[in-house]
Design a protein around this ligand. Sequence first.
Ligand SMILES: [Zn+2]
Length: 116
Amino acid sequence: MKKYSSKINKIRSFALSLIFIGFVVMYGGIFFKNNPWLVLIFMSLGVLCIFASTAVYVWIGLLSTKAIVIECPSCQKHTKMLGRVDMCMYCNEPLTLDPTLEGKDFDESYNKKVRT
Ligand SMILES: [Zn+2]
């Protein structure tokens, strides 16, 4: 079985890894210090990754304002959910807003448009 985590958490870890990749790429430029052009390319790639990560963080911020805050039935904490189905940010309890999906196994495909 695949491991699911809350969408907001997923996007957050993606943004975090972008920052990490950015720094690694910039650090990688040091190995090419004999070639100023390569250093410049590595530096700009690194900065680009960090900018992209900032953009992703802004995007999470926007998504969070649209997310619905609900109380998790399992851990009683307030969690934010996106889409029809999502996971609790704290205990990974599957959550749904659609009563017809209640009790069914968690499936991320419920977020996609249902074919008729
Ligand atoms: Zn919970």
